[in-house]
Design a binder for this molecule. Structure first.
Ligand code: ADP
Length: 510
C-alpha cells in the first residue's frame, strides 16, 4: 500500500471512530486528540497515536484551536479532519491550519464564510436567484422590528439565533402579543448557548418538510450531488430520523430535480471543496426554500452512503490529498433510514447522560451502527448525548422500515444497578420512543412534517401510560386499515406486529 501521511482527527465519539476506520482502510496513520473526560474513550484506543488537549470543557480541548494545531505539529500529522461540530465550521480554524502548513480536510475559509454564516449565505443565495425562506435582511435588534416584519409578511414567524445551531435560540411566534416575550427568551437562550444574543427572523413555512441535498465540490467550481435526505422528524428542531429518498419528493419529483439544480449552482458558485449539505424547507405544495448550508460532513451521512455506496469520508480525504479524480454523480439504489439513539428524557427530550452498564447494538442484515460505545461506558455531561446512530438499507422504504423495526428491538442499553437491583445513575434513553416511531402510522405512510412529534403525544407518553398508549397506536392502525387515515404503505402483520396483535388480543375496535 502507498505510504501516507498521518491524519489528525479533531473530534471525538462515533464520528472520530468512523473517520479513523476510513483512514486505516486507505492507509493513512491516525492521530486522536482527547480531553480529560475522554482518557479511556474508544476513539483514543482505535487511533495509532493520541494527544491530550486539556480539560473536559470543549473550550479547553476540542474547541481550542492552538492546542489542536500544536498536537498536529507534535504528532507529525499533515492533514486534519474536523468531523462535525466543534471546529468543523470555523473559518479561522481553516486559516490556522493553513498557516501551520497543515491541510484542512474541507472547504476553504472563504467558501465557508460565504455559506457557513447564515446571514451571509442568504445574500449569496439571493445573488443566484434561488428561493429562500423570506426573512429579515440581517440581524434585528428589537422586538418592535420583529413586529414590523410580522405585520408585513403575516404570522407565524420564527425568531432564530444569528450564531445558531442545534435548534437553540429558536422561537415560533403566532400572535402579536407573544412577540416581546419570545424575542427576549430567544435572545437569552442564544446568548447562553453561543455568547451572542443577536437574532434574525423568518416567515414560518407551514406544513414544513426538512429536505437536504448532499453535495460534493472539487474546489474549482465542479460539483455533483449525491441525492437528498428527508429529516422532517425532529424534536426541539433537531433531527432524530433521517432517510433517503425523501418521501415528500416522491410526491413532487420535479421539485427534486429543481432542488438538485439549485444545490449544484450554489456549490459551483462558492467553489466549494469536499462534502457539504444544502438544507431546504419544502412545504405541502412542493415549493422549496433554501434554509442554510452545513459546510462539513453531516451526522446523517450514512443514509447517503447506504443509497450510493460511496464512502464520503474517503472522498473527502482523497480530494484533500489531491488523489481524487473528480467523480460523476453516483447511481442511487433503494431506501435508507437512520435514527439517533440519545441519552435523553423521552418526554422532554432534554439530555439525560450517565453511566452505561451494558450496550448491545445490532449488526448484519443491512444494519449499520455508528457508536463510540462497545459494552459499557459513560455518556458524558460535557458533550452531545448521542449514544449511537442505527441505520438500515432496504430495496424499498417498506423493507427498510421492517429492518429498522427489527434492529431497534435488538438494541439494549442498561444502567448499572446496585446490590438490590435498583438502577444507579441518571441515564435515560429515547429507545422506546424510537421503537414507537418506527411503528407509527404517519411514519409508515411517509407523511411526516416537522411537527409530527408535537402533534402526536402518544409517542412521548411515559411508561406508566404505555398500555393505553399501545392501544391508542393499535387504534390508529385500525383506522388506517379502515381507510380513514391516508397512507401509502402496504400494511402487513410483520410491519406492525407487536401492537397490532395486542389490539386483536384485546378485541379492541375503534
Ligand atoms: P439550526 O442551525 O439551529 O439547526 P435551522 O435553521 O437548520 O437551525 O433549523 C432547524 C429546523 O427548524 C429545520 O430543520 C426546520 O425543521 C425548522 N425551521 C427552520 N426554519 C424554519 C422556517 N422558516 N419555517 C419552518 N420551519 C423552520
Amino acid at each position: 500500500m502507498k505510504s501516507r501521511v498521518p491524519i489528525l482527527i479533531a473530534n471525538r465519539g462515533e464520528i472520530a471512530i468512523r473517520i479513523a476506520r476510513t483512514c486505516k482502510a486507505l492507509g493513512f496513520p491516525t492521530v486522536a486528540v482527547y480531553s480529560d473526560a475522554d482518557q479511556f474513550a474508544e476513539h483514543v484506543r482505535v487511533c495509532d497515536q493520541a494527544y491530550w488537549l486539556g480539560g473536559a470543557a470543549p473550550k479547553e480541548s476540542y474547541l481550542n484551536v492552538e492546542k489542536v494545531i500544536q498536537a498536529a505539529l507534535q504528532s507529525g500529522a499533515k492533514m486534519i479532519h474536523p468531523g462535525y461540530g466543534f471546529l468543523s465550521e470555523r473559518p479561522h480554524f481553516v486559516e490556522a491550519c493553513e498557516k501551520a502548513g497543515l491541510v484542512f480536510i474541507g472547504p476553504s475559509a472563504e467558501s465557508m464564510r460565504l455559506m457557513g454564516d447564515k446571514i451571509q449565505a442568504r445574500a449569496t443565495v439571493d445573488s443566484l436567484k434561488i428561493s429562500r425562506v423570506p426573512g429579515s435582511a440581517g440581524a434585528i435588534s428589537t422586538s418592535e422590528e420583529a413586529l414590523k416584519f410580522a405585520r408585513e409578511t403575516g404570522f407565524p414567524i420564527l425568531l432564530k439565533a444569528t450564531a445558531g445551531g442545534g435548534g437553540k435560540g429558536m422561537r415560533r411566534v403566532d400572535t402579536e402579543k407573544e412577540i416581546a416575550q419570545a424575542f427576549e427568551g430567544a435572545s437569552r437562550e442564544a446568548l447562553g448557548a453561543f455568547g451572542d444574543g443577536s437574532l434574525y427572523l423568518e416567515k414560518f413555512i407551514l406544513e414544513p418538510h426538512h429536505v437536504e441535498i448532499q453535495i460534493f465540490g472539487d474546489g474549482k467550481g465542479g460539483a455533483i450531488h449525491l441525492g437528498e435526505r428527508e429529516c422532517s422528524i425532529q424534536r426541539r428542531h433537531q433531527k432524530v430520523w433521517e432517510e433517503s429518498p425523501a418521501p415528500i419528493l416522491n410526491r413532487f419529483p420535479k421539485t427534486r430535480e429543481a432542488m438538485f439544480e439549485a444545490a449544484l449552482k450554489i456549490t459551483s458558485h462558492v467553489k466549494y471543496a469536499g462534502a457539504g449539505t444544502l438544507e431546504f424547507i419544502v412545504d405541502g405544495k412542493g415549493h422549496f426554500y433554501f434554509l442554510e448550508m452545513n459546510t462539513r460532513l453531516q451526522v446523517e451521512h450514512p443514509v447517503t452512503e447506504w443509497v450510493t455506496g460511496v464512502d464520503l469520508v474517503a472522498w473527502q480525504i482523497l480530494l484533500a490529498s489531491r488523489e481524487l479524480s473528480f467523480p460523476t454523480i453516483p447511481e442511487r439504489r433503494g431506501s435508507a433510514i437512520e435514527v439517533r439513539l440519545y441519552a435523553e428524557d423521552p418526554e422532554s427530550f432534554l439530555p439525560a447522560p450517565g453511566p452505561l452498564d451494558l450496550i448491545e447494538l445490532p449488526s448484519g442484515g443491512f444494519v449499520r451502527c455508528d457508536s463510540a460505545f462497545k459494552e459499557s461506558g459513560e455518556v458524558s455531561v460535557h458533550y452531545d448525548p448521542m449514544i449511537a446512530k442505527v441505520s438500515v438499507w432496504g430495496p424499498t422504504r417498506e423493507l427498510a422500515i421492517e429492518r429498522l423495526r427489527v434492529a431497534l428491538d435488538e438494541v439494549r442499553v442498561e444502567s448499572p444497578k446496585n446490590g438490590k437491583g435498583i438502577k444507579i445513575g441518571s441515564l435515560k434513553t429515547n429507545l422506546r420512543f424510537l421503537q414507537k416511531l418506527v411503528r407509527h402510522p404517519q411514519v409508515l405512510g411517509g407523511d411526516t412534517t416537522t411537527d409530527l412529534i408535537a402533534k402526536h403525544s402518544e409517542l412521548t407518553k411515559s411508561p406508566t401510560e404505555e398500555m393505553s398508549l399501545e392501544s391508542a397506536i393499535a387504534l390508529s392502525l385500525y383506522q388506517l386499515l379502515e381507510g380513514s387515515v391516508q397512507a401509502s404503505v402496504a400494511l402487513d402483520e410483520n410491519v406492525i406486529s407487536p401492537w397490532f396483535s395486542l389490539s386483536r388480543r384485546e378485541g379492541l375496535r375503534p
